[in-house]
Design a protein around this ligand. Structure first.
Ligand SMILES: [Zn+2]
Length: 99
């Protein structure tokens, strides 16, 4: 009888800690709170924590329209095409980077 209650308690704690994915609280912290401070406290802690922050910013690259090579630094003409005696102006492109 006591073992089934303990097993149910532990399963509730595990279930509550699964809700921590995508939140700022870690799975281990949610599990610890759920085990030592009851699963109801763990559920409150998980629901009160915010979602992960996603930081995004644009990075500027320079691409040659002829050979499609990308460069991180600006050049007046494409160095790769310049070896073939072509003078191709680079186009500035922006990539969205999400961290
Ligand atoms: Zn080129």
């Amino acid at each position: 009888m006591l073992e089934s209650i303990a097993l149910g308690y532990f399963c509730c704690a595990l279930t509550v800690s699964l809700f921590s994915f995508g939140k700022r609280i870690s799975y281990l912290n949610a599990l610890t709170i759920s085990i030592f401070l009851t699963p109801i406290s763990g559920l409150i802690a998980v629901l009160k924590s915010d979602r992960f922050l996603r930081v995004s910013h644009y990075i500027t690259r320079y691409q040659c329209p002829q050979c499609k090579m990308e460069f991180t630094e600006p050049h007046i003409v494409c160095p790769h095409c310049e070896e073939k005696k072509l003078q191709i102006d680079l186009h500035q492109i922006k990539h969205l980077q999400i961290i």
